[in-house]
Structures are given as structure tokens and as C-alpha cells.
Write a protein that binds this ligand. Sequence first.
Ligand code: 4AD
Ligand code: MG
Length: 451
Amino acid sequence: MQRKITLAQVIRIADIADYVGQEVTVKGWVYAKTGKGRLQFVRVRDGSGQVQFVAFKKEIDPEYFEVVKGLTQESSVIVTGEVRADERAEGFPSGFEVGMKSIELVQEAMEYPISPKEHGTEFLMDRRHLWLRSTQQWAIIRIRATIIKALRDWLDNEGFIGVDTPIITPAAGEETTTLFNIDYFGEEAYLAQTGQLYNEANMMAHGKVYCFGPTFRAEKSKTRRHLIEFWMLEPEIAYCTLEELMEIEEQMVAYVVQQVLEKNQQELAVLERDTAVLEKITAPFARISYDDAVDKLKERYEKETNPEQKELLEIEWGEDFGSPHETALAEMFEKPVFVYNYPSAVKAFYMQPVDGRPEVCRSVDLLAPEGYGEIIGGSERIYDADLLEKKIEEHGFTRENYAWYIELRNYGSVPHSGFGIGIERTVAWICGLPHIRETIPYPRLLNRKYP
Ligand code: 4AD
Ligand code: MG
């Protein structure tokens, strides 16, 4: 029977700076162990951070030293010792180490499959439930949490009300090609592609609202930017024009980036993110029309010398942008850039046509720099019941399914606008990640729904 240790004050490693010179207890897991003979170094993580415990044979009970020598990666441990400040000490936060006094082994971990050596992505994704403990993954999920909190804080401070929208819906909110069908007691239903339509009803009750939740798209595309299940935050604002919508978006995005810079320096350092580029993300952002964007892309196309790249950059007015177009456009700007007034034919049915030019609509996408593409899509909404009904029919949707949505326009209809920001694309951009799959704890991809 192993001796129980005497607990000193249990602390979170994140708060270790407050305990220099004091004896503390950390409850966590062994991240790594090094050392030889009489001196052993145990890197302990507790979720809030990581710190190195130093065990010196002649300074601790032999029984404890034996425990230390046998420690395996990811074993759970309760460790006590005295906190020392040491500028050279690595850790989260850095600058501290702990002279070990005692240790209790809670569970001895079996041989851990993820070692510090290189593993392939599929190997790691199959072990995603464990991989989440690795420092880089830990850093990404912490930044994701900051981003979500900052988005909500910003909106809450601006007087928005968070109102939830359903996940199970009777009708499409976006393109019917990406719908997920479910069996609703013998009737057909779908997983929400967006909360927007319900958000518009909620907005009529509360003025400025946002919904935040998981959304689903049966995207047959295998790209660095697409997930099957992703989280979207969608604000909707009464009496708001497209110009006002862009102001809201740029203020909100700039706030989010500044919050990450303020709160997650150590995580950004883990990810080796170039923070100088993030520091430039302040409002306002540039605005260009779709027409001008096509002209710019055509100029860019003419200049391209690589034939493969050139083919990808080809564009005619009226076509939607693909990833290469968005990347090429965004490269022309240091900050995110707004592209507005897209052709109506490539956008959703609910977007308000431009006055006197119905072939384009009052839509706006925000393209992130460094090749990350569209992170926000939004628009002014059609607020005339007859026009909306016509559009719904043109799209081949069943009118009855949208009766309530059309009806909103009969009782005090107002011009209004809203947008959706994709959390994972935003995380990928701010963290500087090459692929969207690591931005969410359990990614759902075309070829993956495990674990
Ligand atoms: O442009 P989208 O499709 O817009 C809507 O769904 C609107 N109803 C939003 C609104 O106006 N309330 O999607 C909005 C954002 C995109 O800009 C992108 O960031 C993200 O959602 N997104 C995806 N992210 C990951 N994987 C996918 N398959 C995504 N599809 C859209
Ligand atoms: Mg879009």
C-alpha cells in the first residue's frame, strides 16, 4: 500500500507565480519525464498549464523516489513541492519549477501511443481523444475558447441578446444540396444548416440577437476549409443596412483578435504564430464590390505565369469565387477584406437585391488574409413578403415550409441584416493552421466520424 502524501495547498499551475517560496500540491498528469540516476525531472500538466518538478534523490523519501523512477507518460499523479522562480525554466507559464517533496501515483498509465516523435495525421486523428492532451492541441482549443468568449462578450456588450435556434428543422436554410436528412418519426426533417431563419423571427422580438450552435452541411468537398459539422455564430439586427453590418463585423473581428493577443501569448508561441500580422488586424477593413474584385482577379490572372495556377484563377463575371480566387484577393490586403454585392444567382434565396440592379444582391463576405478565405457570410434580407415568396418559388422550395418565415414580413417588416461567422475557420486563421481539422475537438470530415 502506497503511502498517501500530505497535501499542501492545491493550486492550478496557471497561478503558480503567486506561490513562489511556498509549498504547493498539483493534481495532474505526467507529460514527460527525463533525467538519470539521482536527479529526475517530471513535467506535470494539470490542464491549466505545465511545470517541471525536480526530484533529487538525497532530498526526498526513497519511497517517493522509486515512484518517480517508474513514472510512465500520462500517469495521473498528485505532487507536492516548493515553488522556485527560475528564468530559464520552461513551462506554461514559464519561469518556475518545483522542488519535489512527495508524490502519489493515482493511476499508472499503460504505454501511451502518442510520443513526442512524429506521427501521421490519420494516426493522430484516430486517437483524437488522447491527442487533445498534446501541447499544440491544448493551445488551439484554448484559443478557440477565447475566440468564442470574445465574440459573445462583444455582442453582449453591444446589447445583443443570445437566443437559441433549433437544430432539427423542417426545411432548408441554405442550399438543398448540402442537407442532412433525418427520420422524424416517419417524416422527413433536416439538421440545421444555419439558425438564421429563426434568428430573424427572434430579432423581431428582441431587436438585436445572435444564435450560436452547431450547424451541418453534407459537403462532398474534401478541403482544408470544410467541415461537415461546424459551429457558427450568427447575429441578426433590425433596421441594419449592409454598410452598418460591415462596421459591426470589423469591430467584432478586431476585438476578437486583440483578445487572443492579450490572453493567449503563450499559446500563440506554442503554435509559432507570427503575431505581427495579427497585431495589424484593427478596424476598418477594406471594402470592394464583387465587380471590382472580378476586375482585380482578371488582372491577377493576366500576370500569372504558372499555367496550373493560372487555370485556377480564371473567372468570369457571374461565377462564384473558389478558394484560389479568395486567396488571391485576400493577398492583395494585409487585413481581412469585405467583398460585397455578389451576383444573386450564386447566393442564398433570402438576400435583398440591389435597387435597380437585381442581378446582384446586398451580400457581403469577409475574406481573411494569408489564404484562409471566407470566414463570414452575411447580407441584407428580403423584407417584402411578395418578393420573398417569389424567390422561394424560384428556388423550387415548398412554400408551406416557409409560410411562417414569409409571414414575418406581414407584421411590421423592416429592413434588416445579419451574418454568420464560422468558428473553425476563424480559429484556423488566428492560429495560423494549415487545415481546419485541428480547430475543433472532434472534427467531422467526409471520411471521418470517429472518435
Ligand atoms: O456563408 P454561409 O453559408 O452563411 C450562412 O449560413 C448564413 N445563413 C449566415 C447568416 O447570414 N446568418 O456560412 C457562414 C460561415 C462561412 O463564412 C464559413 O466561415 C462558415 O460559416 N462555414 C463553414 N465552416 C466550416 N465548414 C463548412 N462546411 C462551412 N460552411 C460555412
Ligand atoms: Mg458563404
